[in-house]
Ligand binder design. Structure first.
Ligand SMILES: NC(=O)c1ccc[n+]([C@@H]2O[C@H](COP(=O)([O-])OP(=O)(O)OC[C@H]3O[C@@H](n4cnc5c(N)ncnc54)[C@H](OP(=O)(O)O)[C@@H]3O)[C@@H](O)[C@H]2O)c1
Length: 172
């Protein structure tokens, strides 16, 4: 089963200059709690932006660059996103697409569940955005109370969505 986890600002910004536009430690804890023990699928830029290989998680990294390789038992580098998505969807476990913009955009039609942290701010100099979430396609199944982050002076909330209709067939 394929899920996706992301933190999105009100203007759909998710990244700036290769990093997150905010540092909300509670959201990072939320990310760790949800993905711990699972496989994560990500683009090369997102992998590079991580502080290192995250413990207790398998990393599947999509990279077009044939010279990019990672020698680590928890990391598998793949050149073809769609064959990786197909395998992840057939897996018995819940596998998480964790970014970034390019991989989110291509994966969204094939994902069953979204874990979104909505951050109540705009990012004027953002360079990476998430696609619009359509209410026709996605139903909110859980919504947390709003929380407040002192460091960024922003409020945020966690919302989980499930797809209302069947996801797209990868063979189409
Ligand atoms: N807010 C959040 O929750 C969140 C989460 C994760 C990341 N981010 C942010 O997102 C930004 C990074 O996003 P990004 O779009 O630049 O990069 P990305 O999606 O992480 O990675 C892009 C890389 O993946 C490769 N790739 C993508 N699709 C491919 C395909 N179909 N086949 C083969 N290779 C493929 C690209 O190769 P080519 O360029 O050669 O196609 C490129 O090297 C950063 O700012 C990061 O902090 C935000």
């Amino acid at each position: 089963m394929l899920s996706l986890i992301v933190a999105i600002a009100s203007d759909y910004a998710i990244g700036r200059k290769g990093t997150l536009p905010w540092h909300i430690s509670d959201d990072l804890k939320h990310f760790k709690r949800i993905t711990r023990g699972h496989t994560m699928l990500m683009g090369m830029n997102t992998f590079i932006s991580l502080p290192g290989v995250l413990p207790k998680r398998k990393h599947i990294v999509i990279a077009d660059d044939p010279t990019f390789n990672v020698d680590h038992p928890q990391v598998e580098v793949r050149r073809d996103l769609f064959s990786a998505l197909e395998e992840c969807r057939k897996a018995d476990e819940e596998i998480f697409v964790i970014g970034g913009g390019s991989v989110y955009r291509q994966s969204l039609p094939y994902v069953d569940r979204l874990y979104i942290t909505w951050i109540d701010m705009t990012v004027p100099d953002a360079d990476t955005f998430f696609p619009q979430i359509s209410e026709e396609e996605w139903q909110a199944v859980y919504e947390s109370e709003p929380f407040f982050d002192e460091e960024n002076a922003v409020s945020y909330r966690f919302v989980n969505y499930e797809r209302k209709h069947d996801e797209k067939d990868l063979s189409e």
